[in-house]
Design a protein around this ligand. Structure first.
Ligand SMILES: O=C(O)C(=O)C[C@H](O)[C@H](O)COP(=O)(O)O
Length: 210
């Protein structure tokens, strides 16, 4: 049974946006994030290693909920699904991608940055949307403004979020979770400093406003 996209928001306040350069980093990185309490993992399809990374995490770490980010086409969505991705995240929205994901039962978190894009995604039945690039597209004032005409839409702001400003985003009623790359810095991965990744994950989990 495919999960509903909004269920991606429940496990934690931050979804890590991951770039895998070497496939052998995938499992230790995912394990380090899991150890810090982060179980929803977005592996971006930005590198040649991404699909194999998703495949390994899906196969070896069933407690993780691994998905594919940077889904830019129907072919990307299909490849992600075939690799075992449990969800997809796209930086923008097209009906083609929205319909294809529904057809292959791949839950989609579609990216939007404007009211027109919110209209397009909601018209196709998507009401939990990634707000990207959040800081550059208007940040917190934009999310507050979108709450007026779209009280029924929830957002995952991503792009320019930091451990310092994430709490303010998460305090907005229409923000259910946020995304960020700060949990998996390339230099920390290169150093194999998995304990530091776990510390970053734990700190991100602690951002949850109760
Ligand atoms: O690759 C994609 O599909 C994206 O949509 C971009 C990422 O979500 C952002 O680049 C993360 O932003 P930072 O946390 O500011 O690094």
């Amino acid at each position: 049974m495919a999960l509903k996209p909004i269920e991606l928001a429940a496990p934690g306040p931050v979804i890590p946006v991951i770039v895998i350069q070497r496939v052998d980093d995938a499992l230790p990185l995912a394990e380090a994030l899991l150890a810090g309490g982060v179980r929803v993992l977005e592996v971006t399809l930005r590198t040649p290693a991404a699909l194999e990374a998703i495949r390994r995490i899906a196969r070896e770490l069933p407690e993780a909920l691994v998905g594919a980010g940077t889904v830019r086409s129907v072919a990307d969505a299909q490849a992600a699904r075939d690799a075992g991705a449990r969800f997809a995240v796209s930086p923008g929205y097209t009906s083609e991608i929205g319909r294809a994901c529904r057809q292959i039962e791949l839950p989609l978190l579609p990216g939007v940055a404007t009211p027109s894009e919110v209209l397009a995604a909601t018209a196709d039945g998507y009401d939990f949307l990634k707000f990207f690039p959040a800081a550059a597209a208007g940040g917190i004032p934009m999310l507050k403004a979108l709450a007026g005409p779209f009280p029924d839409v929830a957002f995952c702001p991503t792009g320019g979020l930091t451990p310092e400003n994430a709490r303010q985003y998460l305090a907005l009623p229409n923000v259910k979770v946020c995304g960020g790359s700060w949990l998996s810095p390339q230099a920390t991965i290169d150093a194999g400093d998995w304990a530091q990744i776990t510390r970053l994950a734990r700190a991100a989990q602690a951002l949850r406003e109760d």
